[in-house]
Design a protein around this ligand. Sequence first.
Ligand code: NAD
Ligand code: MLT
Length: 312
Amino acid sequence: MYRVLITDNLSPAGLKILEDNPEIELDIRSGLSPEEVREALKSADGIIIRSATKLTEEVLKDQPRLKAIVRAGVGVDNIDRAAATREGIVVMNTPAGNTTSTAEQTIALMMSLARNIGPAYATMKEGKWERKKLTGTQVAGKTLAIIGLGRIGLSVAQRAQGLEMKVIGYDPFMSAERAAEYGIELYKEVDELVKHCDFLTVHTPLTDETRDLINAERIATMRPGVRIINCARGGIVNEDDLADALESGKVAGAACDVFTQEPPENRRLIDAPNMLATPHLGASTDEAQEMVALEAAEIISDFLTKNEIRHA
Ligand code: NAD
Ligand code: MLT
């Protein structure tokens, strides 16, 4: 029997695949401390996590039984992959299951910024009727800049084009020809791209290159009144610089689904004017959670019982 530990919420469809596999025994626990995860891993062949469980070097050290980590989702930044590799543990993810949901969240936040849905909702709840103050802007005819033209970035591009927006983009790994097939004007330099948009959204992983990609220097070169969205990872947009730009009015509105610390203890950005915040909900739909859970369950089963490696 192979033992699979699950320490974050996984949709029932994924659990069923594992329960129905006669070669797999499940160990489902949530709310564990890092030390408790470390202990539980000693008797596990594989683990499935979402974003709450942090698999650090300390947690992964000396785990001779553990062979695989599957992240039910895209970002593997809560796993110390170098430490896992040193320990001979394979790290896999489910790259596509939550693409559509996260693209839809990005569009929802962009539209909410354009039409002041956040403050309109809040002021109505306070008994106010503030029509003039909450005049918005149309997105049709406006330019959306997308940084990171992978699964989610391209899905956002298609949806924005359906809203009659002009889409420009930057991704060092995409050719101008391929971008053109998607109707996207590709820029070679991020510094140039950011100067030419009314809305800007980031869809890259958080790496040494993308940390603080949107910072005070770049914001200073943007059009006054630009609106910025981050549904990728906290830290790609520098939070203090964005708060400054919202306070000065240079940035007319911003929406973040992700934060450098989650939940965020530093409230400065969240409390900044015209800042719309959601608690990491990009992939939080029934459909996305079912898809990533099914895929995660299949990946761990196939790895343990058939030695198949996917999305490593
Ligand atoms: P992906 O791997 O398909 O795409 C990422 C793209 O970023 C790639 O095309 C890559 O070439 C590009 N890229 C890498 N470095 C870059 C750089 N320096 N500048 C510009 N582009 C760069 O990933 P995806 O599925 O599209 O996910 C994108 C991001 O969204 C990830 O950070 C992921 O963790 C995050 N995400 C968030 C949620 C959420 O709940 N908010 C849900 C899913 C994914
Ligand atoms: C991801 O990387 O897939 C997202 O952050 C969504 C999630 O963790 O649920």
